[in-house]
Design a protein around this ligand. Structure first.
Ligand SMILES: *[C@@H]1O[C@H](CO)[C@@H](O)[C@H](O)[C@H]1NC(C)=O
Ligand SMILES: *[C@@H]1O[C@H](CO)[C@@H](O)[C@H](O)[C@H]1NC(C)=O
Ligand SMILES: *[C@@H]1O[C@H](CO)[C@@H](O)[C@H](O)[C@H]1NC(C)=O
Length: 440
């Protein structure tokens, strides 16, 4: 673990380490610079101090304070905050949350968040990080309660889908149905839309960037959630994070430059989220707030899924095994384990035109299919309700050929069997159906 991460959050980390002899002068200059200097020459030194300083009374006080002098919790203000001694934080998000972009797993923003939160509050944080690359909110929205099985009861959920998008509103609804824990959204950033690093051959994968941010904002609006906006926090202080000067400091540049926050960016994000969560704790946990939250629609969810937690099939929203839910209608489909991963089992087609049909009739007005493909040319599947074609689903590549794993099916099927027909599968272009969630 880099030494800078052990410092109190108010210190300037890597930058302070080399400037301890002039730290007092720097603090003074920083205070002055807030008033009179362009910020870029100092950027991003003392960035975290600024961020945490926002919870203090004034920016000037934050700039001039000697961070080590004050106890870590001094800035919390009123001692009435009821932050429990043990806090379980469950995080859902994309690749940045998984930890892409950092040079060491200890530098992931969620780990930086945990350390900062523990420092600020004296509480113990149990972190459950479900970040997963190339996933949208739809991936987690379905069969949601399986994420809670066998885990400590979450105190709070953090969602980070401002880049990957998906129907965040539906994910929030799934969470509200399954848990009393409040949901907080984390708005982080990338410098470019996924278009820049998407597969050149898959135009569908070139989804727009503002659209995905809006998907997260919409959830905040509908369910009146806090959204901790790292972007508008950083920009006014330091100018564009994506300028030629800032991008290499905040973002990882070895691969897909500007797409994943790097060591510094993730640390600042984690510290920012920790400070915001503490600062807003009373409001986030205000029972009146939850009481005023609109009730999510009481959908029934039927889930067949076997990707992550085996084939347990008990309890509301639990995933039943997809193995028994479908049966091949003729040749061409088989139930396979992924090489090296016994827990990853899917129905797999290796030729075009073959059919996989549910054993029982189904009931849904909306469904999500989990699919995979093993080739650089994604397969296509057709979904039929009885004999009626519901939708042709083109599986997509995400950034750099990664797979987009969930496909939403906005179509109804009632009292008939659902059939998946592989359209263009081949031995070197396999199609895998790994799960289905149906809302009725
Ligand atoms: C945090 O955990 C440690 C060890 O697990 C324990 O000794 C300590 O009392 C805990 N702190 C609180 C506030 O419960
Ligand atoms: C918090 O968790 C620690 C172990 O991680 C335990 O020792 C302690 O008793 C817990 N505190 C409370 C108040 O539950
Ligand atoms: C997202 O999900 C919500 C809740 O299920 C639904 O009302 C809304 O229409 C969905 N949005 C889109 C764009 O599919």
């Amino acid at each position: 673990m880099p030494a800078s991460l052990d410092r109190p959050p108010g210190l300037c980390g890597d930058f302070a380490r080399n400037t301890s002899a002039v730290v007092g002068l720097l603090a003074l200059l920083l205070g002055l610079s807030i008033l009179v200097l362009p910020l870029s020459p100092l950027y991003p030194a003392c960035n975290s101090q600024q961020i945490l300083g926002s919870a203090l009374t004034t920016p000037a006080a934050a700039g001039a304070a000697a961070p080590a002098a004050a106890p870590a919790t001094a800035w919390l203000g009123a001692p009435s905050r009821a932050i429990p001694p043990n806090v379980t934080v469950m995080v859902f998000g994309g690749s940045t949350t998984f930890g892409r972009g950092v040079s060491d797993p200890a530098n992931k923003w969620v780990e930086s968040f945990r350390r900062a939160f523990e420092r600020l509050t004296g509480s113990n944080v149990t972190l459950v990080n479900r970040g997963r690359g190339a996933t949208t909110a739809d991936y987690f929205a379905s069969c949601f309660s399986r994420y809670l099985n066998g885990q400590p009861t979450p105190t709070v959920f953090l969602l980070e889908f401002a880049i990957n998008g998906g129907n965040v509103t539906r994910l929030v609804e799934s969470m509200l149905r399954s848990s009393d824990a409040p949901v907080v959204l984390v708005r982080q950033m990338a410098c470019y839309p996924a278009i820049r690093y998407s597969s050149a051959t898959d135009l569908d994968a070139r989804v727009s960037w503002p659209e995905q941010r809006e998907e997260q904002r919409t959830a905040a609006y509908v369910y009146r959630l806090h959204e901790f906006d790292f972007v508008s926090h950083v920009v006014p202080r330091y100018g564009s994070p994506c300028s030629a000067d800032s991008l290499p400091k905040l973002f990882q540049v070895h691969e897909a430059p500007g797409q994943h926050l790097g060591d510094l960016g993730q640390r600042l994000l984690g510290e920012f989220v920790a400070s915001e969560l503490v600062r807003n704790w009373d409001e986030v946990f205000d029972p009146a707030r939850r009481a005023a939250t609109p009730h999510p629609p009481a959908f029934k969810e039927t889930c067949f899924y076997a990707d992550e937690v085996g084939s347990a099939c008990a309890g509301e929203g639990a995933a039943c095994s997809i193995e028994n839910a479908f049966a091949p209608d003729g040749e061409g489909w088989s139930f396979v384990a992924k090489a090296g991963r016994k827990d990853k089992v899917c129905w797999q087609a290796d030729r075009p035109g073959v059919r996989l049909t549910t054993v029982d009739p189904v009931e849904f007005f909306e469904a999500t299919i989990y699919a995979e493909f093993t080739d650089r040319n994604p397969s296509t599947m057709e979904l039929f309700c009885g004999n009626q074609l519901l939708k042709e689903i083109h599986l997509k590549h995400g950034m750099r050929g990664s797979m987009v794993k969930a496909a939403a099916l906005h179509a109804a099927c009632s009292g008939q069997k659902l059939t998946v027909v592989s359209k263009d599968a081949a031995p070197d272009q396999l199609l895998r159906v790994c799960g289905i969630s149906m809302f009725s």
